[in-house]
Design a protein around this ligand. Structure first.
Ligand code: CLF
Ligand code: SF4
Length: 490
């Protein structure tokens, strides 16, 4: 069989030499203080690193290179969240307002083998809905069993509201599901009562505080049990301004104490057209600034996930790219399952070589410590990237920008911001450009592979320095900082 082409960014075709930047490199100063800084005080052990290396959600670095897919096999749910409308997928791990095609475990397993053949960098299968996977245990576990039998190199991942988790930790362990997400929005039931109107537990419906207490106790018990079973646990928390925003550091503290590996604080998305209780009652989501402020408050305590894309329950591809429409039920059922372990291993090796080349480039350009002033200001920069950890996308093709916080010693990823596609069929839309500029107006610079003269002028008029480059993101960010911020600081 002819192996499929490797991903578009490999050591063989990656030009990681700075080719087009408009800035000048200062020969003696160097340019890169590429951050290995994380949101956790403690470093990750080698063994732990190996467990998360190819998981795009658990490792920020992996998300530039490896993809995940979800299969929608779990329709039922056992609680009600005020940000959820049962017409759509579970909003705990999905973008609200999206409906997935429901699959049987057999259909789902076939889909996984098809996708694993066509997208060999897909390394993780997640089950995240459209309801709660553990409210549908047989369908969920049957799917995992079928996939584990046929595709042993795919990591299994599960996302749940936690109500039934304590009952299934043994089964999760037995099936070698190494990554579990629990959505925990509160540890104070009084706050929980504003989020959850009812809970259905052991054939009985509990309303208000009574139900929330059960949910809270079961979530804590489940989290503890995962720790004892040595299963990696990520906690998702939906940030709801005025309800749990000030409470979030307490949630962070509690989950950390029970061994959670990663905290993903994600914004509430509530539009009236989604028909959720919050959407219909005017409950707003946080602004990017509010979200970042809460994330920063929790960042000292444990590792935070900031690259979540709130994907669909049938998502396919790298985080941020949506290839689900290539694999609708009609399409994938007509495709053959070309899963091949050796081909996949070769592609993964090529990705690892790319990662090593990027790491070497970063290390080689690190600036000497004495040149770094202690009190350098932090600034935000917006980056257009189509993956690989590179500035490698034309401004006009960006559907989202990666936001990095840069100072004299580090360049740290902080969030993504979605925008409408400016360059539609080659014609820039004026209103779209205004929207994009407003979205990144708090940034000092735009780092992009290329931008046309017209948008460039308007970006500059809005106060952004435009840097055209094709290189490792942190390298370009640090170079921009050294040449435009450090010099102005004197
Ligand atoms: Fe899926 Fe979730 Fe597993 Fe990832 S998603 S079940 S942990 S494989 Fe990832 Fe998507 Fe965010 Fe979820 S970006 S919504 S955190
Ligand atoms: Fe909806 Fe998910 Fe909450 Fe269930 S757990 S109500 S599916 S958001």
């Amino acid at each position: 069989m002819t192996p499929p082409p490797p991903p578009s960014f490999t050591t063989t075709n990656l030009d990681i030499t700075l080719t087009k930047t408009q800035t000048q490199v200062k020969p003696s100063h160097g340019s890169c203080g590429c951050s290995t800084k994380t949101d956790t005080a403690s470093a990750i052990s080698e063994a732990m690193q190996a467990r998360i290396d190819k998981h795009p959600c658990y490792s920020e670095e992996a998300h530039h290179h490896y993809a995940r897919m979800h299969v929608a096999v779990a329709p039922a749910c056992n609680i009600q969240c005020n940000y959820c409308n049962r017409k759509y997928d579970c909003a705990n791990e999905s973008r609200p307002g999206v409906v997935s095609e429901l699959l049987t475990p057999e259909e789902a397993a076939h889909k996984v083998l098809v996708v694993a053949g066509k997208i060999p960098q897909m390394t993780v299968l997640g089950i995240a809905g459209p309801g709660d996977p553990l409210a549908n245990p047989e369908k969920t576990f049957r799917t995992f069993e079928l996939v584990a039998e046929k595709a042993p190199d795919i990591k299994l991942c599960l996302s749940t509201n936690g109500l039934m988790l304590p009952d299934y930790v043994d089964r999760i362990k037995q099936l070698n599901i190494d990554h579990v997400t629990i959505t925990i929005n509160m540890i104070d039931p009084e706050i929980g009562a504003k989020i959850y109107p009812w809970v259905h537990y052991r054939r009985k419906r509990y309303r208000g505080l009574e139900g929330v207490k059960i949910l809270h106790e079961r979530q804590m018990e489940g989290l503890q049990a995962l720790q004892e079973a040595d299963i990696l646990c990520k906690v998702n928390s939906v940030l709801i301004p005025g309800i749990n925003d000030e409470h979030m550091p307490e949630v962070n503290q509690a989950i950390r104490a029970r061994g959670a590996f990663l905290h993903n604080i994600m914004p509430l998305i509530s539009a009236p057209e989604h028909g959720t209780y919050f959407g219909l009652h005017g409950q707003r989501g946080p602004t990017p600034k509010e979200l970042k402020a809460v994330q920063d408050k929790c960042a000292g305590n444990m590792k935070l996930m900031r690259h979540c894309r709130q994907c669909r329950a049938d998502a396919v591809g790298l985080l941020g790219e949506d290839r689900s429409q290539e694999f609708t039920k009609t399409k994938f059922m007509a495709m053959s399952a070309d899963y091949d372990l050796a081909t996949r291993a070769a592609v993964h090796l090529s990705i690892e070589q790319t990662k090593a080349a990027i790491a070497a480039k970063k290390a080689a350009t690190r600036p000497p410590a004495p040149t770094v002033p202690a009190n350098s200001p932090k600034v935000l920069v917006a980056v257009s990237s189509k993956g690989g950890g590179l500035v490698n996308q034309h401004f006009g093709h960006a559907k989202e920008f990666m936001i990095y916080e840069v100072d004299a010693t580090s360049a740290t990823f902080v969030s993504h911001r979605k925008v409408a596609d400016y360059c539609q069929s080659g014609y820039g839309e004026e209103a779209t450009l205004t929207h994009i500029i407003n979205t990144i107006a708090d940034c000092k610079a735009l780092l992009t592979a290329k931008v046309g003269p017209c948008p460039q002028k308007q970006l500059q008029a809005a106060g952004l320095i435009v840097i055209e480059a094709y290189d490792v993101i942190e390298t370009v960010a640090r170079q921009f900082y050294d040449e435009h911020i450090l010099v102005t600081q004197g």
